[in-house]
Design a binder for this molecule. Structure first.
Ligand code: MEV
Length: 439
């Protein structure tokens, strides 16, 4: 059966599901039933989700969990997290509780500027281009007034526009490099609309500029798009306490713990193979809150990893030190987030998450996300440098194995009892359940 199809998007939802079920499944009826079992019984709610993207056939669930007791700048937050990895929420909650008794997380928004660029080709006299740019610069602001009026009322707008010469990289390549303040919105649509107007203004003004030759008048726009590398939209989160305060049941010697912890961070600073995993641990927390609040996690991921390489080598996003007996652990993250616009007012669970966070502004959300990332990193490093990561991880993963085997309540109880005394591994859990069933 051919799997090529034209006009798929024109089919009704039921026809799309039929096509997939008939082309890819031995039991099409079962496949259809599965896909439909994830539909919401509230038809309006389902329609809302169907309309988020094209060719929707079903919903894909991820769990939403809650990490309470985040003390951030003296305020207690209850943090909603959307993630599939079993130990992440528990680790965040544990870290949050640990630091709540030691002054909590201190966070600072360092800046909130976003960037967008019009990439274009100009073959001609660079000096003339510079003079032309200075002359028409006010027009970029004037021509975008219908787009910027509302943003300006909210205290945002276009901050500056520069002409950047990139012609040593690619012959004739120049940019309009613009900076924006988008307040509580992530601002992607606002920025892209402004940039497309800048491109239009640039092209039209050039075509009419008497100072240019016929060739120079023909500016070729390549593309106009925001940059997700938000180096001017950065938040810092940190925790600190006296070294002696770094105690719990797995930390018998706080000085030895601090030393080992700092060495683990230093390894991530100098060794990219470790840095990627170290930063992945930070993103476990970051992505989970970014997703719960309806923000663009791909944009955040792209920005954060580029930032981790900003000094020429991929490195740790977090740092740690002991100075004068004080342990300090901190990170800086570039985070372009919104708490208005986009999914924030559409997705009922995003509204729920933002309400649990007491309707934060975008800068406040940056701080919550950064604190969660730092908490996650602390939890991972604490486990790695003390008990090892598998103990906690497998404890949480045991549930998944039990579910996979459709374990009964009695079996679950016996498995839990058994693994209180024995090391958990996937194979050990499977063997034990099978042996229970044989007997
Ligand atoms: C697992 O999702 C994350 C960790 O690997 C992070 C780390 O190694 O720091 C535990």
């Amino acid at each position: 059966m051919t799997k090529e199809i034209s006009g798929f998007s024109k089919l009704s939802k039921a026809e799309k599901i039929d096509w997939i079920a008939n082309h890819y499944f031995e039991s099409p009826e079962e496949a259809k039933a599965l896909v439909k079992s994830y539909w919401n019984s509230d038809v309006k709610l389902q329609q809302l989700h169907d309309d988020f993207i094209e060719n929707t056939v079903s919903n894909f669930y991820l769990p939403m969990g809650i990490a309470p007791n985040f003390n951030i700048n003296g305020k207690t937050y209850t943090v909603p997290m959307v993630i599939e990895e079993s130990s992440v929420v528990a680790a965040a909650a544990k870290s949050a509780k640990f630091w709540a008794t030691k002054g909590g997380f201190k966070t600072t928004v360092l800046n909130t500027e976003k960037i967008g660029q019009v990439h274009f080709i100009f073959t001609g006299d660079k000096e003339k281009l510079q003079g032309f740019f200075q002359l028409i610069k006010p027009n970029f602001f004037y021509d975008t007034e219908p787009l910027t009026a509302n943003m300006q009322k909210r205290g945002g707008g276009i901050l500056d526009i520069e002409l950047r010469d990139k012609s040593t990289d690619i012959p004739g390549y120049f940019q309009l490099h613009a900076t924006f303040e988008t307040k509580d919105s992530m601002g992607a649509n606002f920025i892209n609309s402004c940039l497309e107007q800048f491109a239009k203004t640039l092209k039209e003004e050039a075509a009419e500029y008497d100072g240019f030759s016929a060739e120079e008048k023909n500016i070729r726009i390549v593309m106009s798009i925001l940059s997700n590398f938000v180096t001017g939209c950065v938040v810092r989160a940190e925790v600190s306490c006296k070294v002696e305060e770094l105690t719990d049941k797995n930390i018998p010697d706080p000085h030895a713990f601090a030393e080992k912890f700092i060495t683990a961070v230093k390894i991530a600073e100098v060794e990219p193979y470790r840095a990627v995993t170290h930063n992945k641990g930070i993103m476990n927390g970051v992505d989970a809150v970014v997703l719960a609040t309806g923000n663009d996690f791909r944009a955040v991921e792209a920005a954060v990893h580029a930032y981790a390489s900003k000094d020429g080598r991929y490195s740790s996003l977090s740092h740690a030190e002991v100075t004068d007996g004080i342990f300090r652990f901190w990170l800086d993250l570039p985070l372009a987030l919104g708490t208005v616009g986009g999914l924030t007012s559409l997705h009922p669970l995003v509204k729920f998450a933002l309400t649990v966070l007491e309707k934060p502004s975008a800068p406040e959300l940056m701080q919550i996300v950064a604190a969660t990332g730092l908490a996650q990193n602390f939890a991972a490093l604490r486990s790695l440098t003390t008990t090892g990561i598998q103990e906690g991880h497998m404890k949480m993963h045991l549930n998944n194995i039990l579910n996979q085997f459709g374990a009964t309540d009695v079996e679950r109880e016996m498995v839990r009892k058994h693994f209180k005394k024995h090391a958990i591994s996937h194979a050990a859990a499977v063997n034990y359940i099978e042996s229970l069933r044989k007997n």
